[in-house]
Design a protein around this ligand. Structure first.
Ligand code: IMP
Ligand code: MG
Length: 184
C-alpha cells in the first residue's frame, strides 16, 4: 500500500504511553470497582461511539454477573483533527429509555470536558436514577470546563494519543495499546 504523504509530513505513531498489560490490569480493576458499586442492581452501560468501543468491550466483560448489565450506545461528534471545536452533534441516540435507570456512560478520553458536560446535561434532562462516567483516559490539564469522571483508567499529560479505540482521523483505533501521535 502506498503511504499517503502531505506537505510537511503526516503525523505518525510515536512511543507507547500505556501498554497492553497495563490496560488489561486497570480495566479489570475498574470492572471490580463498578461491580462493587452496582452489585444486585440493574445498570445501563452506554458506550459513546466510536472511541469507547474497545474499552467498552473489555470493561463489560470485567463487570461481574451480580450486576444486571444492559448495554446501549450513543454517538456524538465533537472533534476535527486534533483541535476541539466545542461543537457537539448527536449522531446516534439511545434506544433504551434512561428514565429511572442507573446509567454509566463509557468514554475513551476526557480532554476539554466539553463533550461529556454537554452529553451528561442532555441525559440528566431525561431523569435517570443516577448517571456516572467511566473513561479510559483523562487529560485533566486540558479542561475548558470542569468535569470529574467517577471512574478513570489513566490520567495522562497533554498529548494527543491513539490506539485502544482512539483515533487520529479514523486511524490507529485497532492498536492494542495507547501510543502518542508524533507530529513531524
Ligand atoms: P472533549 O470534549 O475535549 O473532552 O473531547 C472528547 C473527545 O475528543 C473524545 O471522545 C475523543 O474522541 C477526542 N479526543 C480528545 N483527546 C484525544 C486524543 O488525545 N486522542 C484521540 N481523541 C481525542
Ligand atoms: Mg475521536
Amino acid at each position: 500500500m502506498a503511504t499517503r504523504q502531505r506537505a510537511g509530513g503526516e503525523p505518525g505513531l510515536g512511543e507507547t504511553l500505556v501498554s497492553e498489560q497495563e490496560l488489561q490490569q486497570r480495566v479489570a480493576e475498574l470492572g471490580a470497582e463498578i461491580t462493587r458499586d452496582y452489585a444486585d442492581r440493574r445498570l445501563l452501560v452506554v458506550g459513546v461511539l466510536k472511541g469507547s468501543a474497545v474499552f467498552m468491550a473489555d470493561l463489560m466483560r470485567a463487570i461481574g454477573p451480580e450486576v444486571d448489565v444492559h448495554v446501549d450506545f450513543v454517538a456524538v461528534s465533537s472533534y476535527a483533527g486534533t483541535a476541539s471545536t466545542g461543537t457537539i452533534r448527536v449522531l446516534l441516540d439511545l434506544r433504551e429509555n434512561p428514565e429511572g435507570r442507573d446509567v454509566l456512560l463509557v468514554e475513551d478520553i476526557v480532554d476539554t470536558g466539553l463533550t461529556l458536560s454537554s452529553l451528561t446535561e442532555t441525559l440528566r434532562a431525561r431523569k435517570p436514577r443516577s448517571l456516572e462516567v467511566a473513561t479510559l483516559l483523562d487529560k485533566p490539564d486540558c479542561r475548558k470546563i470542569p468535569f470529574v469522571p467517577k471512574y478513570a483508567g489513566f490520567k495522562i499529560p497533554n498529548e494527543f494519543v491513539v490506539g485502544f479505540g482512539l483515533d487520529y482521523e479514523e486511524r490507529y483505533r485497532q492498536l492494542p495499546y495507547v501510543g502518542v501521535l508524533r507530529t513531524p
